[in-house]
Design a protein around this ligand. Structure first.
Ligand code: HEC
Length: 225
């Protein structure tokens, strides 16, 4: 009985690992994620100008674009961006699920949590956006063949027009893809910088405490030989 249980438990640990491993045949490109304000603002612009044609990011509000110092937009900039949408509204695409299904056969997923939710995170997003290619077997139409999408046939039409771009546009398109990947990494975990600095503060405090305790110990033990 006990042994059966152990075998089942071992199998259950093994199966998801192999399932994951089989999806990683292509090596992802490094998105060089940056939480620099300029990068995040450029990424936001790519998001609102391009991606929001189809995708929402419902967990980040217009208010958030002002409140998170990492983005820190002015009230005027936010007002311009949101039009008549409420400050507390998320970044919601105008594309209705019905129209999306009709045009692409699928509802584009909300991108708020796509970086924490996908294996490879921001590297996957960056690779995906710059991963459109011609299908050598000719089965998948141009604009829907992606080297990084599981199964290669993606319902998202090449959003940055990467396929067959001019050589002198490569750097610009890569930069756009990296910037938006950084932006999505940020909104997927907007408190990461705070946690990091909190962590540094805690470590600093512990070092300080260690030093004080050391002095205390020396003081207490100084007459004992
Ligand atoms: C013309 C509509 C459209 C635009 C514009 C668009 N997407 Fe998509 N996107 C889709 C659709 C449809 C899917 C679903 C693909 C599928 O599951 O086959 C998708 C899926 C995705 C996925 C998930 C892939 C996965 O692993 O499931 C990511 C990430 C993504 N898009 C990022 C972006 C980013 C970033 C932008 C802006 C640069 C963008 N998309 C612009 C339609 C669009």
């Amino acid at each position: 009985m006990k042994r059966t249980f152990l075998i089942v438990a071992a199998l259950m640990m093994f199966v998801p690992m192999t399932a994951l491993a089989s999806g990683s045949s292509v090596h992802l490109k490094d998105a060089e994620v940056s939480m620099d304000q300029e990068t995040l603002r450029r990424g936001l612009t790519v998001f609102t100008d391009v991606c929001m044609g189809c995708h929402s990011a419902k967990y980040i509000t217009y208010q958030g674009l002002m409140d998170y110092p990492e983005i820190g937009l002015s009230r005027e900039a936010v007002d311009e961006l949101r039009g008549d949408k409420a400050l507390m509204s998320g970044l919601i695409s105008e594309l209705s699920p019905e129209d999306a299904t009709e045009s692409y056969g699928k509802v584009p997923p909300d991108l708020s949590l796509v970086v924490p939710g996908r294996r490879g995170g921001a590297d996957y997003v960056y690779s995906l956006l710059t991963g459109y290619a011609h299908d050598k077997s000719g089965k998948v139409e141009d604009g829907n063949y992606n080297m990084y999408f599981p199964g290669n046939a993606i319902a998202m039409p090449d959003p940055l027009a990467w396929l067959d771009h001019e050589a002198d546009e490569t750097a610009e398109l890569e930069a756009q893809a990296k910037d938006v990947a950084s932006f999505l990494a940020f909104i997927g975990d907007p408190h990461q910088e705070f946690r990091r600095s909190l962590g540094a503060g805690v470590v600093g405090f512990l070092l300080f405490l260690t030093f004080i305790l050391y002095l205390l110990k020396r003081e207490i033990w100084k007459d004992v030989h």
